[in-house]
Design a protein around this ligand. Structure first.
Ligand SMILES: C[S@@+](CC[C@H](N)C(=O)[O-])C[C@H]1O[C@@H](n2cnc3c(N)ncnc32)[C@H](O)[C@@H]1O
Length: 398
């Protein structure tokens, strides 16, 4: 079916909004960037003025600036009327009122219109449509897509999302998509399937909070990273072979913690009384069985590099345990990827929080948990005098 301008409601955001939506850092602005579905946003024009490189693709670029301007004028009042009517759906802080929204959006779109014809001649605005792009593999460092995928969950199929995201992953080393909510402000139902499938295919997928929220609840982006040769793959333990790998990793975790405890006098009581997890290992997956429990293994270049487990504490609380990365694979961000993947699993499994307990000796892990939002909490568990100040309980509310 031909793409028709009268079906489009052109609405574009500014450079500052792009920076916020995608959590772009100063040094990332210098990457070669592809904007998919940039529409009448002023990001490309403003980036070009700053000396940076963006190519934008959108089917509306087949039209002239004059045609787009007419269409923007035709739809502006209707879109603003909707914004006034549904004010409760938006967070009015950076943009303080519907009037200011009108000014900011029109400012961005006028900036786009002023740049469009020149940008088209320079090859910065290309009339291309997902899910098929004309670029070479890995032509870009970063592909961005805002207010298109996931937002139109109702209108665009899961198959279209799959194919579009696969295409962006083909042409760029990293893909960022914002927001993850649909037009009804609910997290898109496609997110869990897309994350799982991408991870299965070897991508590192993260859901990251960003400093931008205008649609209420729209403050998360999906980051999809392709480490060149697809080095890191996080799998959920399913087969007998996976269970054997988990048993080996859990056994190493057990030995590693015990050994560390013996290195320090103040932990010697804990070391002597260390309850190893032999029984748990024998019975794996045991209490980590799905759907409420889970064991994830990180395979790095096809070798098991680390693990993490989750088990139910109550209907709303899950307990995270056994985070371990083999010594030769440390420093590659594998621990963080494992925890992030497990947090998402906990969220999808319906838990409201993730708890854990650890000890002060495992300070690297404690720093990692804190960086992901875990906070130390008090607890009512009774510990012997010798160790009560060494144990740390943490919680993250999902
Ligand atoms: C709501 S606008 C978002 C514009 C911009 N990304 C922003 O956040 O301000 C969605 C854009 O997606 C574009 N679009 C529609 N179908 C597309 C496709 N198959 N591939 C790429 N873009 C498409 C529309 O033309 C429109 O400009």
């Amino acid at each position: 079916m031909a793409f028709r301008l009268d079906n489009v409601v052109p609405w574009g955001r500014s450079f500052d909004e792009y920076v916020g939506m995608f959590g772009l850092k100063e040094d990332e602005l210098g990457l070669s960037i592809l904007g998919c579905g940039d529409g009448p946003a002023s990001f490309n024009g403003e980036m070009t003025k700053r000396g940076n490189t963006v190519i934008s693709c959108d089917p509306i670029y087949q039209f002239t600036a004059q045609q787009l301007q007419t269409r923007i004028k035709e739809t502006y009042d209707k879109v603003m009327e909707e914004a006034y009517r549904n004010q409760g759906n938006f967070v009015w802080d950076i943009i303080e009122s519907p009037e200011e929204l009108g000014r900011v959006r029109m400012g961005a779109m006028e900036g786009f219109l002023a740049d469009f014809e020149k940008g088209k001649q320079e090859g910065r605005y290309l009339a291309e449509s997902l899910p098929t792009l004309s670029f070479e593999d890995k032509a870009f460092d970063l592909a961005l897509c805002s207010h298109f995928l996931f937002l139109y969950t109702e209108q665009l199929s899961l198959e279209f999302h799959r194919a579009s995201i696969a295409e962006m992953c083909r042409v760029a080393s990293e893909v960022r998509i914002f927001p993850l909510i649909d037009l009804d402000l609910n997290r898109s139902g496609y997110v869990p399937a897309i994350c799982a499938e991408l991870r299965e295919a070897g991508f590192v997928v993260e859901i990251q909070k960003v400093p931008y929220e205008f649609q209420r609840g729209g403050n998360e982006m999906m980051r999809i990273l392709n480490f060149g040769g697809i080095m890191l793959k996080i799998i959920s333990v399913k087969t007998d072979e996976d269970v054997e790998a988990a048993k080996e990793l859990f056994t190493e975790f057990d030995g590693f913690v015990k050994e560390r405890l013996y290195e320090y006098d103040s932990f010697s009581w804990m070391a002597k009384h260390w309850q190893n997890c032999k029984e748990e290992i024998k019975e794996l997956p045991g209490k980590y069985s799905g759907p409420r429990g889970c064991i994830l293994i990180a395979n790095y270049k096809n070798k098991p590099a680390g693990c993490i487990g989750l088990l139910p504490g109550s209907s709303e609380v899950s307990i995270m345990k056994r985070l371990y990365v083999r010594p030769e694979f440390r420093g590659l961000g594998i621990g963080k990827s494992l925890v992030k993947a497990m947090l998402e699993h906990a969220c999808n499994a319906g838990y409201k929080s993730v708890c854990l307990h650890t000890n002060l000796l495992l300070n690297v892990a404690i720093n990692l948990y804190q960086s992901l939002g875990f906070e130390e909490i008090s607890h009512d568990r009774e510990y012997p005098e010798e160790i009560k100040d060494l144990v740390v309980h943490m919680e993250l509310r999902l």
